[in-house]
Design a protein around this ligand. Structure first.
Ligand SMILES: Nc1ncnc2c1ncn2[C@@H]1O[C@H](COP(=O)(O)OP(=O)(O)O)[C@@H](O)[C@H]1O
Ligand SMILES: [Mg+2]
Length: 124
């Protein structure tokens, strides 16, 4: 388990939100719900878009796996999100049903102390 920067965390979340928006109709709602219990933070990004088949769901997160046309997806989003989230000791969970929608759940620890200062040194 390691400390992960806020930039990396933001990148991980942007990636799942982008997926949700890409899977949705232009006026489709994407909801982001964050709950915190002590040091545990859970962020659920939900869409009611295309959803994933069992086959796609099983492969989502493999490096370079994408169902999107060239230019729209490189297939690295979920892979990198999972790397960042798991590096911090957290988990990424995907729930999806074809034609119904998808929920991506990011569970991470929130550092209350011991995070490096912006200059990279540890604050005391
Ligand atoms: N919210 C979602 N709704 C439907 N399919 C999704 C969603 N998120 C991910 N996927 C599927 O997982 C694949 C991999 O996602 P990702 O790793 O972010 O790569 P990319 O977005 O570049 O294709 C996508 O191509 C898509 O098939
Ligand atoms: Mg993506």
């Amino acid at each position: 388990m390691a400390w992960v920067s806020s930039q990396a965390t933001a990148q991980a979340l942007r990636s799942v939100i982008k997926n949700a928006l890409q899977a949705s109709l232009p006026d489709g709602d994407v909801t982001v719900e964050a709950t915190r219990q002590g040091d545990a933070c859970r962020i659920a990004v939900r869409d009611r878009g295309l959803g994933m088949s069992q086959d796609v769901l099983a492969r989502a997160g493999e490096p370079f796996f994408t169902t999107k046309p060239p230019g729209e997806g490189m297939g690295l989003g979920l892979f990198l999100t999972r790397v960042i989230v798991e590096r911090s000791g957290g988990q990424l969970e995907l729930r999806s049903e074809l034609g119904v929608g998808t929920t991506a759940i990011v569970a991470m620890q929130v550092a209350s102390s011991g995070a490096p200062a912006a200059n990279g040194r540890r604050s005391s």
